[in-house]
Design a protein around this ligand. Sequence first.
Ligand SMILES: CC(C)(COP(=O)(O)OP(=O)(O)OC[C@H]1O[C@@H](n2cnc3c(N)ncnc32)[C@H](O)[C@@H]1OP(=O)(O)O)[C@@H](O)C(=O)NCCC(=O)NCCS
Length: 192
Amino acid sequence: MPRLETERLLLRPPEYSDVPAIAALIGDYDVAKNLSSVPHPYGEDDARTFVSRTAEARAKGEGYCFAILRKDDLVFMGCCGLHLKDGRYELGYWLGKPFWNRGYATEAARKLASFAFHDLKAEGVWAGWFHDNPASGRVLEKLGARPDGEVPRASLARGQDVPCHMVTLTREDFGRKKPFDKLRVKEVIPSC
Ligand SMILES: CC(C)(COP(=O)(O)OP(=O)(O)OC[C@H]1O[C@@H](n2cnc3c(N)ncnc32)[C@H](O)[C@@H]1OP(=O)(O)O)[C@@H](O)C(=O)NCCC(=O)NCCS
């Protein structure tokens, strides 16, 4: 299982040493309510089960979950992963609230998509974001994902189904998006 690196992030498999941080950060209802299969309240036993399940899934080739660490100080910030369902990978991610709105989710999800297309040879990945979670919709839009309908999806933390926007990201759309983003950066900083 490779470790993945981006400019600011280190992505590596979750470890038991992450358990207290996982429980503290995903135990926040504002994080859990935007995920489908995370209960609330959420404790360290849940986090330990989560870590062992990610290792099992990885061993079976059914899932690739990564802890998201800040490269500078190796602080645990959240997780992202690809989960094989019916022959297709679902892309997912979450960050603890103190780490929101700094571009970390986009940076992690972009690396994960690249891992899916280049290492796992996936042709496409899918994701879903709840209607009241536009920040996640924006992350997926920045990657190049396209809308693919709306369905009710369970949120364990809310204890009910929530309208969920489904999106698909193809290898082609992801490839097209990256050069565009680089171009935009050049426009903003002409001296680069
Ligand atoms: C969704 C989540 C992963 C976003 O993480 P993040 O690191 O803050 O995301 P980024 O900073 O990379 O990008 C967020 C984008 O959403 C935008 N955004 C933030 N809040 C927004 C809002 N209320 N409405 C619209 N856009 C919003 C930001 O401006 C940014 O877009 P920009 O780069 O064009 O300015 C984070 O909020 C989270 O973990 N939430 C709880 C769990 C979750 O929702 N996981 C995803 C499940 S689908």
